[in-house]
Write a protein that binds this ligand. Structure first.
Ligand code: SAM
Length: 183
């Protein structure tokens, strides 16, 4: 995942909110232009696992919230946002994207790296079949969300997106990596 994480964090700057911060796997990839990462993460286990990475991180991290659907930050107060493998899991993804649009300043950018709805009907059939089990076993993770479409529907303008299969079984490995602008 290293090259994917390096690609998605490229160009971030200033104050960045990261939803689904998890155990901090993106930290080592943040560019020097990032001043602070404002982490939103509900899982206590993940927050504990992040402690060592945060301690050795160049960029300071503040945990600011527990839920991407309700981000406790002021309107237009953030320069950029990051989500990696989190939009699949948040129950109300539309609400989370609306929150990101609210807190990111006009002209700020949302960087995303997510798995989702594949382009091949045979893979989609598997995704639909596997999704109920996946949701039960993997913390509510959906396989059939069309991530770029959801981001565009929320009002972001997609600046660039690359989509392709990563390594691994296809129902889980159709990745979208890109940047969307909050205009
Ligand atoms: C598959 S993990 C990805 C973690 C990390 N972003 C990464 O790339 O390794 C999904 C993360 O989303 C978090 N999450 C679940 N529901 C959430 C919510 N409502 N708001 C923000 N994060 C949430 C989970 O706790 C978990 O850390």
């Amino acid at each position: 995942m290293t090259s994917w994480r390096a690609a998605v964090t490229e160009g971030l700057e200033g104050r960045v909110v990261e939803i689904g911060f998890g155990s901090g796997l993106n930290l080592e990839h943040y560019p020097a232009a990032v001043d602070v990462v404002l982490a939103v993460e509900p899982a206590a286990v993940a927050r504990r696992l992040a402690v060592r990475r945060i301690a050795s991180s160049r960029v300071p991290v503040e945990h600011v919230g527990l839920d991407g659907q309700s981000i406790p930050l002021a309107d237009a107060s953030i320069d950029g946002a990051l989500s990696t493998f989190t939009l699949c899991t948040i129950p109300d993804v539309h609400q989370a994207l609306a929150e990101l649009r609210r807190v990111v300043r006009p002209g700020g950018r949302f960087h995303f790296l997510e798995h989702g709805l594949a382009p091949d009907p045979a893979v989609v059939a598997w995704q639909r079949q596997l999704e109920p089990l996946q949701r039960r076993l993997a913390d509510g993770c959906h396989l059939t969300r069309d991530i770029p479409a959801l981001i565009a529907d929320a009002g972001f303008v997609i600046e660039r997106v690359e989509q392709r299969y990563a390594k691994g079984p296809r129902p889980w490995s159709w990745f979208s990596v890109g940047v969307a602008v909050n205009l």
